[in-house]
Design a protein around this ligand. Structure first.
Ligand code: DAH
Length: 367
C-alpha cells in the first residue's frame, strides 16, 4: 500500500485502491473541465467556467470538501490528487485567459492598424480663381508705376455713374451702357439708383476726396442689362485708372499704358492708339496691342487684323474735373478702363467669358 507507485505516476492504480469513486470523480471532473475549456473564447465564458469548477460551490471544490469523509491515509492520497487537479485547472484557466486577452488585442490592432510606411494622403490645395490672378497681375503692374488701389460701391447713384462723367440724363450717350436700375431713389426723390455699369464713377468719388496728384486704379465688379454670349456677361470686372496732376499730358497716358501692355503681354509688345469716343474723356482713344499669337501677321485671335483692342482711355474731360471742383486750367489727367476677363481670355486662350462664372472645376483647375 505504501509503495512508491502510490504517488507516481500521478494517476496511479493505487488511488482506486484507496478511494476508487472519489478518485474517479476527480478524473472525470478534470477531463470534462479541460475539454470544456478548449472551446471558450471570451472572458465571460472563462469566468463562468471558473465558477462552475473552481468556484466556492464548484465541482472540484465539492470534491475537496468531501475528502473529510475519508480515512487519513486516503485523504492524503486523494487530497494530493485533487490539489494537483486544482492547480492544473487554475493554470489552464490562466493560460486560456492569456490567450483570449492576446487575441482581443491582436484583433484591435488589426482593426486600427496604422501602417507608418504608407505614403501620406495628399492635401487638396486651393488656388486663386483665374480672374483673381489676372486682377492681381494687372494691379501689380500699375502699383509698380506708383498707382494706388481704391475700391467703390457696386450699387451707385446716377450722379456718379453718369452725370459727373459728363453723361446727362437725356443724353443719347447713355445708350452705351445698358443699365440695371434699382427701384429706389434718394430722399428728395431725384436720384435714381443703379448697379454701376462701369468703374468710372470712382473717378469722381476719388477726386472729391483727394487733392492732386491723383494716381489710382479701381478694380471692381460691374453690371449691365445684357444678353450673355461667348464675349458678353451681365456681370463682369473692370479696372479703372486715373492720373490727375498739373502738367499731365497725352504722352504720360501713352507711356503708362504701353508699359502696362509690356508687363502683361510681353516686353516685345507694340501698341496702337486710335480715336474713340467716351463722354468723360477728350480726346478719347482705344489702345490695341500687336497680336502676340501671330506677331502681327493676322490670325484667328486678332481676327486677321494683326491688332487686338484691350482698353479705352483718354484725357479727362474738363467738365469732369470741374464737376469735382478741380480747376481744368491748372490740372489735367488721363483715365482708362479695361476688362480683366478679356485680358485673361487673350492671355490664356479662353474662348468663352461665361467659363469664369460657371464654377466648372475642369476649367478652374487649369490655372
Ligand atoms: N468706362 C468705360 C466703359 O465701361 C471704359 C473707359 C473708357 C474708361 C475710357 C475710361 C476711359 O476711364 O477713359 O466702357
Amino acid at each position: 500500500m505504501k509503495s512508491e507507485g502510490f504517488r507516481q505516476p500521478f494517476i496511479a492504480q493505487g488511488l482506486y485502491m484507496t478511494s476508487p469513486d472519489l478518485a474517479q470523480t476527480i478524473q472525470e471532473v478534470r477531463d470534462k473541465a479541460l475539454e470544456e475549456l478548449q472551446g471558450l473564447a471570451s472572458e465571460e465564458e472563462l469566468e463562468s467556467w471558473r465558477i462552475l469548477y473552481l468556484g466556492r460551490r464548484g465541482r472540484l471544490t465539492s470534491v475537496l470538501r468531501s475528502l473529510g469523509s475519508l480515512s487519513q491515509e486516503e485523504r492524503r492520497v486523494v487530497g494530493a490528487q485533487a490539489n494537483q487537479v486544482k492547480a492544473l485547472l487554475e493554470e489552464s484557466l490562466a493560460q486560456a485567459e492569456g490567450q483570449v486577452k492576446e487575441s482581443r488585442i491582436a484583433g484591435l490592432a488589426q482593426e486600427e492598424q496604422i501602417d507608418v510606411t504608407r505614403p501620406g494622403r495628399s492635401v487638396a490645395l486651393g488656388r486663386f480663381h483665374p480672374l483673381t490672378q489676372i486682377l492681381r497681375e494687372i494691379c501689380d503692374a500699375f502699383v509698380a508705376m506708383g498707382f494706388q488701389i481704391v475700391e467703390g460701391p457696386e450699387v451707385e447713384w446716377d450722379h456718379y455713374n453718369f452725370e459727373l462723367l459728363n453723361i446727362p440724363r437725356d443724353h443719347p450717350a447713355r445708350d452705351m451702357w445698358n443699365t440695371l436700375w434699382i427701384d429706389y431713389r434718394d430722399e428728395k426723390g431725384e436720384q435714381p439708383m443703379l448697379l454701376r455699369t462701369h468703374t468710372s464713377p470712382m473717378q469722381a468719388r476719388t477726386m472729391e476726396r483727394m487733392k492732386p496728384p491723383v494716381r489710382v486704379i479701381v478694380p471692381g465688379k460691374c453690371y449691365r442689362y445684357e444678353a450673355t454670349d461667348a464675349t458678353h456677361e451681365w456681370h463682369f470686372y473692370q479696372v479703372e485708372g486715373l492720373a490727375v496732376d498739373d502738367g499731365i499730358t497725352f504722352a504720360d497716358l501713352k507711356g503708362t499704358l504701353y508699359e502696362f501692355a509690356r508687363r502683361i503681354f510681353g516686353a516685345d509688345r507694340r501698341v496702337r492708339f486710335r480715336c474713340d469716343y467716351f463722354p468723360f474723356v477728350e480726346p478719347g482713344v482705344d489702345m490695341s496691342i500687336d497680336c502676340f499669337a501671330c506677331k502681327g501677321q493676322g490670325c484667328r485671335i486678332c481676327q486677321e487684323t494683326g491688332w487686338i483692342e484691350i482698353l479705352g482711355a483718354g484725357m479727362v474731360h474738363p467738365k469732369v474735373l470741374e464737376g469735382v471742383g478741380y480747376d481744368p486750367s491748372v490740372y489735367t489727367g488721363f483715365a482708362f478702363g479695361l476688362g480683366p476677363e478679356r485680358i485673361a481670355m487673350l492671355k490664356y486662350g479662353i474662348e468663352d467669358i461665361r467659363l469664369f462664372y460657371s464654377n466648372d472645376l475642369r476649367f478652374l483647375r487649369q490655372f
